[in-house]
Design a protein around this ligand. Structure first.
Ligand SMILES: [Zn+2]
Length: 212
């Protein structure tokens, strides 16, 4: 099935005795410490890439737990005090028939973070187990993770927008709860985790397979 992919033609810079610059893509002889073109530090592979990926991944996962248990939004009106968690908020939005906002919040704060945890763990595990049967699929997955990373903060923005919208209403006052901080920490930690992953490690696994 995968025979039409030219996987056997993969030649990494490291294999050719070169080191690539991750900033400007220029290649220099192995052992060069700084890029002669842009001056940034050169690493054939980021040092301790996987350890850092797992450390930040775990930090993100730990922060994600209180992000779901603590209230995300605290609404105060003259007569009531209401605190809702992420899931509680989604249920409330559905109750008020705000299906679109409910879907956005659910997607941004549940589906995307969990998908990202799974995807990063899968990439790291494939490299650790030296399994890269489908290098193109793993690279595609890495690209998706990178793309999602740019939109991860969307939920924090949703909370900020909701807060400012309701703030205009003099009857109700709305504050972000403790979960908002935990969520932001979780998003930042998973973002760093994904950034620590050196996609060039996927080349090594492919080459390892070829030599087996
Ligand atoms: Zn450079």
């Amino acid at each position: 099935m995968a025979t039409h992919h030219p996987t056997t033609a993969v030649l990494s810079a490291r294999h050719a005795g070169l080191v690539g610059c991750s900033r400007c893509a220029n290649v220099s002889p192995m052992g060069t410490t700084h890029c002669p073109t842009c001056g940034s530090r050169l690493f054939s592979r980021y040092p301790r890439s996987l350890q850092l990926v797992w450390a930040w991944w775990l930090a993100g996962l730990i922060a994600y737990i209180p992000a779901n248990l603590f209230p995300m939004l605290i609404t105060d009106t003259i007569t009531s005090h209401d605190a809702s968690t992420i899931i509680g908020g989604v249920i409330e939005l559905i109750h008020y028939e705000d299906y679109f906002v409910a879907a956005v919040v659910f997607l941004a704060s549940v589906v995307i973070p969990i998908a990202k945890f799974v995807a990063v763990a899968y990439l790291a595990m494939m490299v650790q187990m030296r399994r890269n049967d489908q290098p193109h699929r793993l690279h595609r997955l890495y690209e998706i993770v990178e793309f999602i990373g740019r939109w991860s903060m969307i939920d924090v923005f949703v909370v900020a927008i909701l807060t400012s919208l309701v703030q205009l209403n003099v009857i109700a006052q709305i504050h972000p709860g403790a979960a908002a901080i935990c969520f932001a920490i979780s998003v930042i930690a998973t973002m760093i985790s994904a950034m620590c992953f050196d996609p060039r490690l996927l080349f090594d696994v492919t080459e390892g397979h070829k030599n087996d």
